[in-house]
Write a protein that binds this ligand. Structure first.
Ligand code: KG4
Ligand code: ZN
Length: 332
């Protein structure tokens, strides 16, 4: 049995997963205190992790009907993410593992998002193209084995797709994080009402979303307050379409270039219904993990841990965290 911990951003998560990929418990405590600041405040996130991690761990073990004695391995996200937040998870994992003389598997958060696809009774057949789109990352990777390293073939040069949703939502007066709220607002809007750049002119597999947010800002400024309020749904639908098109276009190119015949999607933006239907049109089997495995969770970290070389006691006592880390993810 694997006890997994994830605290890289603002969700305090613990899960119990079996070696075979069965989820026995997947506890996610979302902090919900950052919306008033319009984004995650690292020190506040860290303090909330500290306050919550004990009960989240208890809850996960209770739901799994397990005790520390049943565990074979402790897994934890070491990066990339907010350093102060990651430290809480890593310190907890070290303490539990050391106290029970268990091995510890250091897991990369992005390996976790890909490994969400390896859970469940019928994992997607290898190889496949993975599109990870979250609040912190947007990348395309060729997945030929179960990791921990994958070949990243495209990534964002500036904002992440989720960040683009969040920034757009903010400009439209929605709360943080705003992806889901923007999607709801867009339901009543016309995606063709406004033309926003989807990066069609940009060759290759990399993404850029910073210009899109600026285009929305200018459009809102041009329309003025009254007209913007009247046309908020149209703005949301058109803006969402541009993000979805940018993702779909590069996924299409990547499938063509690599010859891969399956596509898996992960990260919080994978919750977006318009994106899902657009990707289903690409003509290859699409794997979308259940919603609670798309957004940040510890079950995906437990899943990834199965394919990581574990460290034995006391090797992991000086294990460190890292803020950014494609170096750990890209096979060079
Ligand atoms: O994977 P995740 O939970 O955390 C990170 O690792 O960042 O992703 C959170 C991101 C946020 O930017 C949020 O706005 C976005 O996922 N998101 C959505 C939707 N639900 C969450 N974006 C678009 N449509 C949604 N329905
Ligand atoms: Zn994530």
């Amino acid at each position: 049995m694997i006890l997994a911990i994830e605290t890289s951003c603002d969700d305090t998560c613990a899960a119990v997963v079996t070696e075979g990929g069965e989820i026995l418990a997947n506890v996610i405590s979302s902090q919900g205190v950052h919306d008033r600041f319009g984004g995650v405040v690292p020190e506040i996130a860290s303090r909330h992790h500290l306050e919550g991690i004990g009960s989240v761990l208890d809850d996960a073990l209770t739901r799994a009907g397990a005790s520390f004695e049943d565990l074979d391995l402790v897994a934890v996200t070491c990066g990339p993410g907010l350093v102060a937040a990651l430290l809480v998870g890593v310190a907890s994992a070290k303490a539990i593992a050391a106290a029970h003389r268990l091995p510890l598997a250091p897991v990369d958060h992005l390996h976790g998002h890909v490994a969400a696809t390896f859970l469940g009774p019928v994992p997607l057949e290898l190889p496949f193209l993975s599109l990870i789109a979250s609040g912190g990352h947007t990348l395309l990777a060729r997945v030929s084995d179960r990791g921990p390293e994958f070949e990243v073939i495209g990534q964002t040069l500036d904002d992440a797709a989720g960040e683009a949703f969040d920034k757009g939502a903010r400009l439209l007066g929605l709360g943080y994080p705003g992806g889901a709220a923007l999607e709801r607002l867009a339901l009543d809007g016309d995606p063709e009402a406004f033309a926003f750049p989807a990066g069609r002119g940009m060759p290759g597999l990399d993404f850029s979303f910073a210009g899109l947010k600026t285009a929305l800002l200018y459009r809102i400024r041009d329309l003025g307050e009254g007209e913007t309020t009247r046309r908020r749904a149209d703005l949301a639908a058109s803006y969402q379409r541009a993000i979805v098109e940018a993702l779909a276009l590069r996924a299409t190119r990547a499938l063509e270039q690599t010859g891969l015949e399956r596509l898996a999607i992960g990260g919080g933006v994978a919750a977006n219904g318009v994106l899902r239907s657009r990707l289903r049109e690409l003509g290859v089997p699409l794997e979308v993990p259940p919603m609670e495995l798309c957004t940040d969770n510890a079950a995906m970290i437990g899943s990834a841990a199965r394919f990581v070389e574990p460290l034995s006691y006391p090797e992991y006592l000086d294990l460190d965290v890292y803020a950014s880390g494609e170096r750990r993810f890209v096979r060079t």
